[in-house]
Ligand binder design. Structure first.
Ligand code: QUE
Length: 348
């Protein structure tokens, strides 16, 4: 084995990226982002390369996100700019994946959260197995739905058949865990393959290309998406842009589900996420939205909820974060709006 955290190699005409940090559920470091982005830059113009395949060698996780534990350590050590450099490089990489000129194929056979969606959803093919699970869980750590997901979640179509800012708000605010059927329904995933065929699919992608491999192994997803049962209520409540408007319209089962999910969330993070999604909705190129995330993230990581949320969820692993302010009524959206409108001034 190698100690490279991402093993990059060429197999036939495929550029292969193997995520190899299983003990941290492949959470991304600066080195991993650099390796991925450098190879994508080479492979984009290399005439020998026809497609890129990214997968994890861990049976548990595709990728759990950015290494936010390390980001908190940089903040506590008084070197927040080291965290800023990581996130800025990550968001540039996300834009490069979105604009990659060849098929970019992610095999998602485990957890994909936050930054893990950022290295898959922007590609052309997101192939899931019954083992896939996706979420944007940042509200629990006082952060934001980053890596371009505030844009993607409201531009994807999926088997639902339409773009939905309401679904984007619902997923970002609740951190709802999508199963494979939910992923296909929303458009996070594009194809379903059963796990027993994954090795054969992988081999055929390299041998015959992604279209031929999928023609052999693609199946229809086995279950009805759970999200579909709530979709009308989600559209009715989360079709509105602010938390007050949303919360007033929540009723019945969906209200219970949402309130359960946000019980340990940062109220500031929820307000910030809704503002970011509104700003992202006005963008026509994901790179313009990713550019907003750089100053927005720099601001949010310097607020106390981020270090406190990461401490509770990832360091102490207890749901005891003391967020401030504690209530939505005490969160002022003005600083978020100011950053988003300043940052929007030089691009659309
Ligand atoms: C929100 C997040 C992350 C998270 C949990 C959240 C995240 C992340 C991880 C994570 C999980 C397991 C690990 C690890 C990191 O969890 O970004 O190193 O072993 O990377 O609620 O954004």
């Amino acid at each position: 084995m190698t100690d490279q955290l991402v093993i990059a190699r060429q197999e036939h005409t495929t550029g292969v990226l193997e995520l190899n940090r299983p003990r941290a559920l492949n959470s991304l470091t600066s080195d991993m982002v650099r390796i991925i982005d450098q190879h994508l830059a080479e492979w984009a113009t290399d005439p020998q390369i026809t497609q890129v395949l990214i997968y994890s060698n861990s049976p548990k996780a595709f990728c759990a996100g950015g290494d936010v534990r390390l980001a908190r350590e940089y903040l506590l050590a008084g070197t927040p700019e080291r965290a800023d450099e990581f996130f800025a490089a990550e968001y540039v990489m996300n834009g490069n994946i979105a604009h990659f000129p060849k098929p970019y194929i992610a095999l998602i056979d485990g957890i994909a959260m936050g930054g893990g969606l950022g290295i898959s959803v922007h590609g052309s093919h997101r192939i899931v197995t019954e083992n896939a699970l996706a979420a944007m869980p940042e509200m629990a750590i006082g952060f934001m739905p980053d890596v371009g997901m505030s844009y993607m979640m409201q531009h994807m179509v999926g088997t639902y058949g339409r773009k939905s800012p309401a679904v984007a708000r619902f997923l970002a605010i609740t951190g709802y865990r999508l199963d494979p059927a939910d992923m296909l329904y929303t458009g996070l995933a594009t194809h379903y393959v059963s796990r027993q065929n994954l090795d054969a699919l992988h081999r055929d992608i390299i041998e015959y290309g992604v279209d031929k491999a999928l023609a052999t192994y693609q199946e229809t997803s086995p279950e009805n998406p759970q999200l579909k049962t709530y979709i009308d209520d989600i559209e009715a409540a989360f079709g509105h842009p602010t938390w007050d408007e949303i919360d007033h319209r929540l009723t019945g089962e969906l209200r219970d589900l949402v309130h359960q999910h946000i019980a340990h969330a940062s109220p500031s993070a929820i307000v910030a996420a809704l503002e970011l999604i509104t700003a992202a909705g006005t963008k026509t190129d994901i790179r313009h939205e990713l550019a907003l995330e750089i100053p927005f993230g720099e601001y949010i990581r310097r607020q106390p909820d981020f270090a406190e949320g990461v401490r509770a969820v990832l360091v102490d692993k207890r749901p005891d974060a003391q967020f401030q302010p504690k209530t939505f009524a005490d969160v002022d959206p003005a600083p978020y709006r100011k950053i988003l409108s300043y940052s929007a001034a030089d691009g659309n």
